[in-house]
Ligand binder design. Sequence first.
Ligand SMILES: NC(=O)C1=CN([C@@H]2O[C@H](COP(=O)(O)OP(=O)(O)OC[C@H]3O[C@@H](n4cnc5c(N)ncnc54)[C@H](O)[C@@H]3O)[C@@H](O)[C@H]2O)C=CC1
Ligand SMILES: O=C(CO)COP(=O)(O)O
Length: 336
Amino acid sequence: MGDASLQLRSISIIGGGAWGTALAQTLSYNDANVTLWAREPEIVEDINARHVNRVFLPGVDLNASIRATGDLAKVATADAILAVAPAQHLRAVLSDLARHLPVGVPIVICSKGIEQATGKFMGDVLEEVVPQATRAVLSGPSFAADVARGLPSALTLACRNEAVGRALTASLSSRQMRLYWSSDVLGAELGGSVKNVLAIAAGIVEGRGLGTSAHAAIVTRGFAELRRFGDVMGARPETLLGLSGLGDLILTCGSAQSRNMSLGRGLGEGRTLSEILGGRSAVTEGVYTAAALVGLARSKAVEMPIAEAVHEIIEGRLGVDEAIAGLMQRPLKAED
Ligand SMILES: NC(=O)C1=CN([C@@H]2O[C@H](COP(=O)(O)OP(=O)(O)OC[C@H]3O[C@@H](n4cnc5c(N)ncnc54)[C@H](O)[C@@H]3O)[C@@H](O)[C@H]2O)C=CC1
Ligand SMILES: O=C(CO)COP(=O)(O)O
C-alpha cells in the first residue's frame, strides 16, 4: 500500500514524553532516520548519551540510532513530523516550529485533547498555526509502555489526502504497530480527546468500589455520549466505532495503566485532585480537556451528563457521591 514517491526517509518527533519516545523507538526499527525533539536538555542528553529516557519512559533501552535535539530548526526538514506535545502546549510548540517548516510537509497529530482556551481540536490548531502543512492524525489504543516494548498494537492514521495518508500508513506501520488509513481526521482525533474525560469517570467508579456492572454501565453510556457528540461535530460513525473511538475508550477505561483512569480512581478513593496531580510529572489530558469538551457540548446542545459530572468534580463543585446519585436519578428515557 502507499505511493513509493512519498516514502519517508526521515521522521521527526516533537515531544520527548512517554508517547513521543515510544513512537521514536518503534519507528527506529523501520527504514527511516528518527530525530526526537525534547524540551528538556536532560532528556536530550539522556537519549543521546545513554539511550534512555529515565524521566518519562523509564526501564526501556532505546535504539541507539534515535537522535535527540533541543533545536526545532533541526527537526523541521524531515519528510514527516509527528506532533506529540501535550494538547495545551501544542500551539506554542507548533508556532516555534512553523517558521522553519517547508510547505506541504505532513504533520501527524499524536496528542489527544481539546485546547481549553479556544475549544479547538489539535487539527484546527495546526491549521491555524501551520496552514501550509498537510494535516494527519495518529490515534488509537496504545499505551506508550506497550508500544515501546514492541507489543502488538493497532491504530488509526487519518489524513484527507489519500496518497499522503496511505504513504504515512505504510511508512509508520511496523511488525508491531499496524495502522489503518481513514480520511476522517476530525473523527480520529475526537475519540482520543473525549475518552480521556470518560476514563476519569470509569476510574472514579472503580476507586469508589462500585463494581464491574457499574463499570460496564459508565463505559457504555460514556460511549453513547462520545457518539452523540461525534455525530453533531461531523465525525463518521465508523470512525467512532473504530480503534480511535471505541477501541481507545475500552483500553483507557479498563486499565489503571492509564493516567486518566488512575486519576479518576484516586478521586474515587477520596484523594483530592491537587494531591494526585502534585505527585506526577506525566500529563493527564482529561483534566484539561473536560472544561473544553463540556463547553463545546453545551454550545451544540449535546447532552453529556458523564462528562459534565467529571468536569464539576474536577472544578471542585460536586462531590463524587453526589455526582453518582445525580447520574442515577436523571429522568428515565429511551436508550440512545
Ligand atoms: N503516554 C501514552 O501512552 C500516550 C500518550 N498520548 C498523548 O501524547 C501526548 C503527550 O503525552 P506523553 O508523551 O504521554 O507525555 P508525558 O506525560 O510522558 O510527558 C509530559 C510531556 O509534556 C511536556 N511538557 C510539559 N510542559 C510543557 C510545556 N510547557 N510545553 C511543551 N511541552 C511540555 C514534557 O516535555 C513531556 O514531553 C498527550 O496528548 C497524550 O494524550 C497518546 C497516546 C498514548
Ligand atoms: O491515550 C492513551 C492510550 O491510548 C494513554 O492514556 P492515558 O493518557 O490516560 O495514560
